[in-house]
Structures are given as structure tokens and as C-alpha cells.
Ligand binder design. Structure first.
Ligand SMILES: [Mg+2]
Length: 491
């Protein structure tokens, strides 16, 4: 079983064993949250820069295979002349824990903040930090972690950080035990501890045994002996939300979920069998003027000789029959709007079962206003990733544009997750009080990450075999997802 799955199971267990008690996951920082290789590299490269040498310019993070306290071993391997090694080492030791190094050169392991965000969102659950770093680094440690955690909406407060009251490397194991006792005295039930140092885990083991605490070894780079890892410790080096979150039912209910591209029988069946409430269909006309469900235009993807389409009328009535909600992605112009609205009206959807999406250049102001007039309480959305550079570069202008769109009746703005500026734009839009939808999430990991930011909604292909969700995809670029059957049944 993967370590994240063990953590999930353990959390579930304590939740039922200790209902209503404040629960805490405790994590170490260096080598557990922070990938120290980047920072070792950065300090060594700053030596090159200061001295005009080029020992480390071609080094990548994968070349740093030593613990941050054993950098001399790296210097031997890299072609630093023996006469200069002590000067490099002095530089390294002098600069590595300086404030600007910590703020500039620290990088988290992929997935670690997403994992922490998940726990921070759970009721009665906190993430505590216990670090061997000395107290004098408290301010900068908090500042750095909160800066790194910000894109994931992860925040650590002063009370939940326990540091070494001594100097560097002084009684680290004893201090970690004191940290755990401190959090227990504060009333937390610590259910799991993650650390990369075997010696720290060994010191905690008796307490863990007594209280049923799960120990997790972050199998990254560590200094102490591997042999001291206590029995029963879960081990891993990758943080995956997909192993932590079991299914849709575990997600925050405030986020509306939309099954993207329900354009064919296969996807419709999958959608109906799920708990997802919204089906998005792509609406366009075939050559005879009939409304069909198809993502691509016939210009971009010419029809296959045997291609068949579901009619919009048929699809909408299936969704209505199962009492689900429909999101219509209008691919045609406003000239067809009357007929589309009529097809929808014939099914008698309630306002809270209706959602319309259109691009501003095809639906146009007139189209949006027309939909709003007919459906005062439906969701009316347009994609705005094209506006992201302006949202960040000239916010006042962008805000004016969004207000104009709002005045047309648009009530939600949609951002492409794949866009470089998606998260930053999201923060600004939320700050301005707008409802935001994310679309374009490629897989379950990205989907979970998007959902945990708590946008109003997330639209996704539900191509999540881990959850037994076999979304077929919308047929974008004429392609669909397919899934292989593992007949050996290894999982
Ligand atoms: Mg550590």
C-alpha cells in the first residue's frame, strides 16, 4: 500500500475513534516539505557568481545526492580543486541559512502543499510543523513557508510551528519529542508524523506505539541511518492527492462539479452512473441545420463517414429524465439561440438546473442579454483566460471589462487551468467577488488541486480510472479517451 493511502486510512480510522477531537498531522520541514537540493545548488551557484568561477553552472538538482550537511562530498565529486574546497564550503556554510537564501531558494516537493491543503480543509484538523531549525529562524521560516504555500492556499500560523530551542543540530530528536508533547498538551490528537530523518522517527517510535500514531518516512535525502526506521513506518517519496481522496463524495460540497463534453452515448452513460450533477454538452448545427452534440466544428474536424451524433433534443431530454442539471456550451452564433432556448424550455428545467456558456465573440452582448432575460436565475458564463494578462498587468482596465460583461448578465467567469496565469487570475477574480469555474484540468491530480482551491465550480472530463470514472472526453480534435483493461488485476 502506498504511504499516502496508509495516511488516508489512518485519518479515517482516528476520525471515527476520536469524534469531535481536534486532530493533527505533524510534519518536519527540511527534506520533508522543502526539497533541499535546489537550495544547495543555489548557494553553490552563488559562489560561482561571486567569484567568477564555473564549478556548478552545469549542475542540476538531480546531481545533488548528498544531505545538506554533507556538501563536502559533493565538492569532491565535482571538479573543485582541493585547494579551493574549504573556501567553497565556508561560503556555503555562511550563506545557506541567511534570510534571503531561505526566501529565494527554497522549493517544496511537488504535491506536498496540496496534501496539506487537503488536511487543512478537513473539519477539526490541523497541520502542525516540528522543525530542527533553531528558534531564531522562526519569522523567516513562517514567511517562507506561507509564501510557498500561498498558491495552494496553505497557511501556517505561529502557534502551529514548533522549533528547536537550542542551536543547530543540538538535541534535535529530544526537541521533536517535546514538540509532539507540546501539541498534545494543547489538546491535539496527533495521528501521524512525517519526517525524512530515520533518527527522528526512531525517537518518536515509543510514543507512536502508545498512541497509535502513524509514522511516515519521507524517503528523500537523509543524514541518519536507514536501519533505524521503526517497524510499521509507512515510506514514500511522492505526495499524491489521488491516493488521499477516495471519490467525489469526499470533496467540499460547495464546489459544483461538471462532466465535460457529454456528447455521446458512452459519456452520457458514465455521467448518469456517477454522482456528478452537471452535464456539459456542446451545441452546434449539422449541415442540415439540426442541433447536435459535437465539440469540434466540421471545418476543424470533418465528419467521419459513419459518424453519428446525438441530437440536442435527445440529450437534453435524457438529462432531464434523470433529474440532472445541464450546461450548454453554445458553439454557434446568437442567430440560433431562439431554437436552442426552445429545445431547453420544452424539457421544463428549473432555473437552478440551467447553465449557459458562450464565447463573447460568438454569443455577443445581445445573445447573453437574451439568455438572461429568459432565465433570470440560470448560470451564465463566458471564458476569460484571454483577459488574464490584463487582470494581472492592468487590473483596473480588466475590472472594467468584467463589470461590462456582468452588465450583460454574465454571472460566472471560466478559467483554463492549463493557462500559465490561471491561479493568479483566480485569486484576483475571487478578490473582486466573482464566481469562477475552472476547466481544462488534464487528470485527477490536477482536478483535485483545482477543487481544493474552492472555486465555485470545476469542469472536467472525469477521465479518472483511479475512481472508476471512465469519462470519454468531449471529442476535442476528434479524439476520445480510451482505457486499457488490466487482466492481471494487479490493483
Ligand atoms: Mg528534515
Amino acid at each position: 500500500m502506498s504511504w499516502m493511502k496508509e495516511l488516508a486510512d489512518c485519518y479515517l480510522r482516528v476520525g471515527t475513534q476520536y469524534p469531535g477531537e481536534p486532530l493533527m498531522l505533524v510534519s518536519d520541514i527540511d527534506g520533508t516539505i522543502i526539497d533541499m537540493r535546489y537550495f544547495v545548488l543555489s548557494v553553490l551557484q552563488s559562489y560561482d557568481e561571486a567569484r567568477g568561477t564555473a564549478y556548478f553552472t552545469r549542475l542540476g538538482p538531480a546531481d545533488v545526492t548528498v544531505h545538506e550537511n554533507q556538501v563536502e562530498r559533493l565538492l569532491e565529486r565535482v571538479a573543485v580543486p582541493a585547494s579551493e574546497r574549504s573556501a567553497v564550503l565556508d561560503w556555503y556554510l555562511e550563506h545557506r541559512w541567511q534570510e534571503d537564501t531561505i526566501l529565494r531558494a527554497h522549493r517544496p516537493f511537488p504535491g506536498v502543499f496540496q496534501m496539506m491543503r487537503w488536511f487543512q480543509l478537513q473539519p477539526n484538523t490541523s497541520v502542525g510543523l516540528i522543525s530542527g531549525r533553531p528558534e531564531k529562524l522562526r519569522d523567516v521560516t513562517l514567511r517562507s513557508l506561507n509564501q510557498l504555500g500561498d498558491p495552494f492556499r496553505v497557511h501556517f500560523s505561529d502557534e502551529l510551528l514548533f522549533m528547536n530551542p537550542g542551536e543547530w543540530n543540538q538535541d534535535v530528536e529530544a526537541s521533536k519529542l517535546n514538540g509532539l508533547r507540546h501539541f498534545q498538551d494543547e489538546g491535539y490528537h496527533v495521528f501521524a508524523v512525517i519526517d525524512n530523518e530515520p533518527s527522528a522517527l526512531k525517537a518518536i517510535a515509543p510514543m507512536a506505539k502508545e498512541t497509535g500514531m502513524l509514522l511516515l518516512h519521507a524517503n528523500t535525502i537523509f543524514e541518519s541511518q536507514r536501519g533505524s526506521i521503526p517497524r510499521g513506518t509507512a515510506r514514500g517519496k511522492e505526495y499524491h492527492l489521488t491516493e488521499l481522496v477516495a471519490g467525489e463524495e469526499a470533496l467540499p460540497p460547495s464546489v459544483q462539479l461538471v462532466w465535460h463534453g457529454v456528447n455521446d452515448e458512452d459519456n452520457l452513460r458514465q455521467f448518469i452512473a456517477s454522482d456528478v450533477s452537471w452535464a456539459e454538452v456542446d451545441v452546434r448545427q449539422d449541415s442540415a441545420g439540426k442541433f447536435i452534440c459535437r465539440h469540434d466544428s466540421f471545418e476543424i474536424t470533418p465528419p467521419l463517414p459513419d459518424e453519428e451524433w446525438l441530437t440536442l433534443r435527445g440529450m437534453v431530454s435524457e438529462v432531464a429524465k434523470h433529474d440532472r442539471r445541464i450546461k450548454l456550451d453554445l458553439k454557434g452564433g446568437r442567430d440560433v439561440l431562439d431554437r436552442v432556448l426552445q429545445i431547453v424550455a420544452d424539457q421544463g428545467f428549473a432555473e437552478d438546473q440551467l447553465w449557459f456558456n458562450g464565447e463573447i465573440e460568438t454569443t455577443l452582448e445581445e445573445g447573453f442579454r437574451r439568455i438572461r432575460a429568459e432565465h433570470p436565475d440560470a448560470i451564465l458564463q463566458c471564458p476569460v483566460s484571454w483577459l488574464s494578462p490584463l487582470i494581472l498587468g492592468a487590473p483596473a482596465e480588466a475590472h472594467k471589462t468584467l463589470e461590462m460583461l456582468t452588465s450583460w448578465g454574465i454571472s460566472r467567469f471560466s478559467l483554463n487551468w492549463d493557462h500559465d496565469l490561471a491561479r493568479e487570475s483566480f485569486d484576483v477574480l475571487v478578490g473582486w467577488g466573482y464566481e469562477v469555474n475552472f476547466y481544462g484540468v488534464p487528470d485527477l491530480e490536477a482536478f483535485l488541486e483545482a477543487v481544493l482551491l474552492l472555486p465555485r465550480s470545476v469542469t472536467s472530463d472525469f477521465n479518472f480510472p483511479q475512481w472508476h470514472r471512465y469519462g470519454h472526453g468531449s471529442g476535442k480534435d476528434g479524439r476520445h479517451f480510451s482505457y486499457a483493461v488490466d487482466t492481471k488485476g494487479s490493483r
